[in-house]
Design a protein around this ligand. Structure first.
Ligand SMILES: C[S@@+](CC[C@H](N)C(=O)[O-])C[C@H]1O[C@@H](n2cnc3c(N)ncnc32)[C@H](O)[C@@H]1O
Length: 222
């Protein structure tokens, strides 16, 4: 029998009280994003808290300022803020997106949180950004959360950039449940289904699909 506990209103209330830590900057960023038609693209607060903690666990301090993490898909900057807060001394995050307006909201909140100097925003197609990065084998963490049909290409590029022991987080693996419904065959769903099966069988990584929010695949490079 499957072992998981369904949320009801009571349990969800409890979870929201003790499940993650919140603060004014995160709340302000959620509020400003809520006003956008695309607000459901923002990661959940509990996922953000998990990502800060995972970053803290893998981010290795450096004597010189050095890129430690990359994010593909920044939107209004919530996940970037959470990653940046977990970075070790002298480690920075490259945040990739194509939208100037959405990321400007993020920039404002990165300033408010005091982490703006730890984040380099790269506006432009993320595949091109990845191709031009000279970081072979030194990254601690990559987060993939942009256009789904490029997930496989992002995964391969990020895996190359990671050090052994570094991690990749791939978002939206559940895709609202569609990933498990084979009658759904649109390009985004097919791409997510393919990357999920690929990671599960990929001998280059150890992995675990975390059933948080919309499903996050966590893969650690061997
Ligand atoms: C789901 S949202 C990211 C949510 C974000 N991680 C957060 O915490 O709120 C996906 C983002 O990917 C960006 N995007 C889509 N195609 C892209 C591409 N080819 N290169 C870079 N970014 C892209 C979109 O502009 C959008 O902001």
């Amino acid at each position: 029998m499957a072992k998981f506990t369904q949320f009801n209103d009571n349990l969800f209330g409890f979870f929201n009280k003790v499940g993650f830590r919140d603060d004014e900057v995160l709340a302000s960023l959620r509020k400003e994003t809520q006003a956008l038609a695309q607000s459901n693209m923002q990661i959940s607060p509990e996922q953000g808290a998990m990502m800060s903690l995972l970053t803290q666990m893998v981010s290795q301090p450096s004597d010189l300022v050095k890129v430690g993490a990359i994010e593909i898909g920044t939107f209004t900057g919530y996940s970037a803020l959470c990653i940046a807060r977990g970075l070790a001394k002298n480690r920075t995050l490259i945040a990739c997106d194509i939208n100037e307006g959405w990321t400007a909201i993020g920039k404002k909140h990165w300033e408010m949180a005091g982490v703006a100097e730890k984040i380099s925003l790269c506006l432009g197609d993320a595949l091109e950004t990845l191709e031009n990065l000279q970081l072979d084998g030194t990254l601690d963490l990559a987060f993939i959360d942009a256009d789904k049909t490029n997930y496989d290409a992002y995964y391969e590029a990020c895996l190359k950039l990671l050090r052994p022991g570094g991690i990749i987080l791939v978002d939206n693996i559940f895709w609202g449940g569609d990933v498990a419904d084979l009658s759904v065959q649109d390009p985004d769903t097919v791409a997510i289904r393919a990357i999920a099966h690929k990671i599960a069988a990929d001998e280059r990584v150890d992995c675990s699909l975390i059933p948080i929010a919309d499903g996050v695949f966590l893969a650690r490079k061997k």
